[in-house]
Write a protein that binds this ligand. Structure first.
Ligand code: GLC
Length: 568
């Protein structure tokens, strides 16, 4: 075992009689999408050495940990979420030594590193699946995936009615070694992503050793991809009405959220607990209710779960307050920290989504318009609201720059595997994956060497959004994030204490307070309307997402603006 992190955090220093708060209970975790973060070798695709070179930026930002989307060997049918070898780094991203050095450097800067684990499915180029295809029907190699004969005459119909989340049937027919049409295999995502059969002991064993491999290399934890998908209902029954699968409104479905997953996570928790330094796992689980979601984070299972209900909540007082309350209640019932997130690599960036400028379901799918000024104002307000809540927060790379969704990528550059499948869950995920602008006046804006390519084109307007353009500019979004993250660490009322009290407020304003053990109190006021709202000045303004004049006893909170206050 290597690289146990020993850096003291603000929480450790504030330890009470019960001992220090584990780091993850209020951590701010920053998602890096490796192909779009920083490109060291000029091939237009970000890589591990690129990330390594930017670690000081992340330390200065004030985050606690990074979560890296997959960088393993992969044919990239789904941007690395189709893994062909779980223990190597794809040459596109670097080498295993690069991964080791990245973890070591991050630890030296006080940053933890969480890696992505993709246990629901492999790539169709994974050795196990290639063998399953080569060895043909009835071979034991097929038992590690879900192969079934088709229905109807000649087995020409899929074995059941399940639909892929990327569009079309969740089954693809194979061709037998003798060239005739054969059995079908299950893939809840792209055909290049066959689902593992988690009933098979070899699958469970394999993933336990993969966990240990990365823990031994120094990883501080895992983000568990499609954590709700590993177990399927016995006999793979038809889904019936639930066959229109959309992650957020997933009803009771035979493909998802089956009770069997919890046994898997209990065994993983034991492994994580064997290692020093509070190694963690966070579930990407889309459960139908927060109550179902809380089961993934019971004390002997995973540590955290993403809160997609919060991500999808409307920008209204009622919706925000309801989802915050429900999240706190659900997580308290199992003693897990709530988590909050506004953006990730699968959804429309919140700068665009919160303006309602998307069509589709609640998570925001196809972006249809963007008002950059109003969108940014609302996104900044939402961020300060999120960072004032109890528990842990997840940031997605580039949100600290206020990047909008890129809505006008030409079809020929898009790579989302669902893009060309009309009935898929979205297909517009490239718009939040455009490489980051670091500096300079022209693309690739320091993402890679000057004049070099970037795998998706960056908009001309991004020169003014680059890190260099915002660095040191007090009203910039980057400086707002830096100040907020610094304050989260410094103010005892923020972060881990599990309390939040709503205060009465004029219509359209959300107001809550949080108290610390040392008697200090913190107040957050959020105007969720498009007109200013007057309030009696509650204390000293600490930070605001927009310009606020707090000189007089009455203060006008501008439209779509959050203000943090210290109250006596
Ligand atoms: C998760 C990932 C998404 C990927 C899918 C299949 O939802 O976040 O990017 O396409 O799993 O692995």
């Amino acid at each position: 075992m290597t690289d146990q992190l020993t850096v003291a955090t603000a929480d450790d220093n504030a330890a009470g009689a019960a001992g220090p708060t584990p780091w993850w209970r209020d951590a701010v975790i920053y998602q890096i999408y490796p192909r779009s973060f920083a490109d060291s070798d000029g091939d237009g695709i970000g890589d591990l050495p690129g990330i390594r070179s930017r670690l000081p930026y992340l330390q200065e930002l004030g985050i606690d940990a990074v979560w890296l989307s997959p960088f393993y060997a992969s044919p990239q049918a789904d941007a690395g979420y189709d893994v062909s070898d779980y223990r190597t780094v794809d040459p596109m991203f670097g080498t295993l030594d690069d991964a080791r050095e990245l973890i070591t450097d991050a630890h030296a800067l006080g940053l933890r590193v969480i890696v992505d684990l993709v246990p629901n499915h492999s790539s169709d180029q994974h050795e196990w699946f290639r063998r399953a295809i080569a060895e043909g029907p009835g071979s034991p190699a097929r038992d590690r995936y879900h192969f079934r004969p088709g229905k109807g005459a000649d087995g020409a119909e899929p074995p059941n009615d399940w639909q892929s989340l990327f569009g079309g049937p969740a089954w693809t027919r194979t061709t037998d070694p003798d060239g005739t049409p054969g059995d079908w295999y299950l893939h809840l995502f792209a055909p290049e992503q066959p689902d593992f059969n988690w009933e098979h002991p070899a699958v469970a064993d394999e993933f336990r050793t993969i966990l240990r491999f990365w823990l031994d290399l120094g990883a501080d934890g895992f983000r568990i991809d499609v954590a709700h998908g590993l177990c399927k209902a016995e006999g793979l029954p038809d889904a019936g009405d639930a066959s229109e699968l959309h992650l957020l409104d997933v009803a009771v479905s035979p493909c998802f959220d089956q009770d069997g997953v919890h046994e898997i996570y209990r065994s993983w928790r034991q492994i994580l607990d064997e290692y020093p330094g509070e190694r963690i796992a966070v579930a990407e689980a889309w459960a139908p209710t927060l109550e179902r979601l809380s089961k993934y984070v019971r004390p002997d299972e995973l540590h955290q779960s993403f809160n997609f209900s919060y991500l999808g909540a409307a920008w209204t007082v009622e919706a925000q307050r309801r989802i915050i309350d429900e999240s706190l209640v659900a997580m308290r019932s199992v003693g897990a920290p709530p988590t909050w997130t506004l953006s990730n690599h699968d959804v429309v960036r919140h700068t665009t989504r919160l303006m309602g400028s998307v069509s589709g379901d609640a998570a925001g799918r196809r972006p249809t318009a963007a008002d950059p000024v109003a969108g940014l104002r609302r996104a900044r307000a939402a961020t300060l609201l999120m960072l004032a809540l109890p528990g842990s927060a997840y940031l997605y790379q580039g949100e600290e720059l206020g990047l909008p969704e890129v809505i006008d990528l030409p079809p020929e550059v898009r790579q989302d595997p669902a893009f060309h499948r009309a009935t898929g869950q979205d297909g517009y995920r490239d718009g939040c994956r455009v490489p980051l602008p670091w500096s300079g006046d022209a693309a690739p804006y320091g993402f890679g060497p000057e004049g070099g390519p970037s795998w998706l084109p960056q908009p001309d307007s991004w020169a003014q959004l680059s890190v260099a353009a915002q660095d040191g500019v007090p009203e910039s979004t980057l400086e707002m994030y830096r100040s907020a993250l610094l304050m989260r660490r410094a103010l005892p009322a923020l972060g881990a204490p599990d309390n939040l009290t709503w205060l009465e407020a004029p219509e359209g304003l959300l107001v809550f307070e949080r108290a610390a053990a040392d008697g200090s109190a913190f107040r957050c006021t959020v105007n969720l309307t498009d007109a200013p709202i007057a309030v009696a000045k509650p204390g000293q303004a600490l930070l605001a997402s927009g310009p606020v004049d707090d000189a007089a006893a009455q203060v006008l909170i501008p439209a779509d603006t959050t203000v943090w206050w210290s109250v006596a």
